[in-house]
Design a protein around this ligand. Structure first.
Ligand SMILES: Nc1ncnc2c1ncn2[C@@H]1O[C@H](COP(=O)(O)OP(=O)(O)O)[C@@H](O)[C@H]1O
Ligand SMILES: [Mg+2]
Length: 244
């Protein structure tokens, strides 16, 4: 059984009387245990795809299955199996780091996950800031808390939407070590990024999204065998699209 199956997903936004295709008949499958990259320039439709998976947005057509179950019919099953780190820094300014994680744990009915929370806080370099107010944290620190927040229930599938945007190099390295470890421990990882190097360094397989369409899919092994690597390949598929 696959971790996630997106099937013929389309999404049209209506804006000021005109309509805009953010996703156009996208089908892709992510296998259990994979480290999967969703790569594409800004506006490609990555966040739209993730928000449909998260149940925050409805597709106009198509379906999404998580571990064999349709997300429309099994919302609580899906919530308990997925952790999503959103692209936007959304947080409640009135709570401390640990309170934020405890409240999130409460949503899942978890009370005895202290050890796991500590492990996440350590791995993300947050141990010294557990009692800090969310307001007082820098952008990079807030990002770390959002990652910990998505992990409180130890979801088997972890989705990170542009997690390194605005994050300093030090955190980037430690964040990747942590995510790699989660993947080694059996978690399926889906990462969206517009950094080519990041996808190449981390992912087993990469899907390329452009203007709402899936334009290519490659394993990292295949990409490494290409002349000029990922950058050159990316340039080629962009050109091919532009010149029909
Ligand atoms: N709520 C919305 N209403 C109208 N247009 C939207 C909305 N959300 C996203 N879009 C548009 O859909 C396209 C894809 O956006 P998005 O999924 O955020 O792309 P990405 O995450 O790859 O940068 C963009 O052109 C964006 O402006
Ligand atoms: Mg996005």
């Amino acid at each position: 059984m696959s971790a996630i199956v997106f099937k013929n997903l389309s999404k049209t936004y209506r804006k000021n009387g005109s309509s805009f295709n953010a996703l156009n008949d996208v089908s892709l499958t992510v296998e259990k245990g994979e480290f999967f990259g969703l790569l594409g320039p800004n506006g490609a439709g990555k966040t739209t795809l993730i928000s449909i998976l998260a149940g925050l947005n409805d597709a106009c057509s198509g379906s999404v299955m998580v571990l064999g179950k349709n997300i429309k019919q099994h919302t609580s099953f899906v919530k308990s199996n997925i952790g999503i780190v959103p692209q936007e820094l959304v947080f409640d300014p009135f709570f401390s780091v640990i309170e934020t994680l405890q409240i999130q744990s409460g949503f899942f009915g978890l009370r005895n996950n202290q050890l796991w929370l500590e492990e996440c806080l350590n791995a993300l370099g947050l141990s010294e800031r557990v009692n800090s107010n969310m307001r007082s944290l820098s952008g990079g620190m807030k990002r770390r808390v959002l990652i910990a927040q998505a992990l409180v229930h130890k979801p088997s599938i972890i989705v990170l939407d542009e997690p390194t945007a605005g994050v300093d190099i030090d955190l980037r390295e430690s964040l990747w070590d942590f995510v790699r470890k989660l993947n080694r421990d059996g978690h399926t990882i889906i990462l969206t990024t517009h950094y080519l190097e990041e996808a190449e360094a981390l992912c087993d397989r990469v899907a390329f999204l452009r203007e709402g369409r899936l334009c290519a899919m490659k394993t990292t092994k295949e990409l490494k065998l290409l002349d000029g690597g990922l950058k050159e390949y990316f340039r080629k598929i962009n050109l091919r699209e532009q010149h029909g």
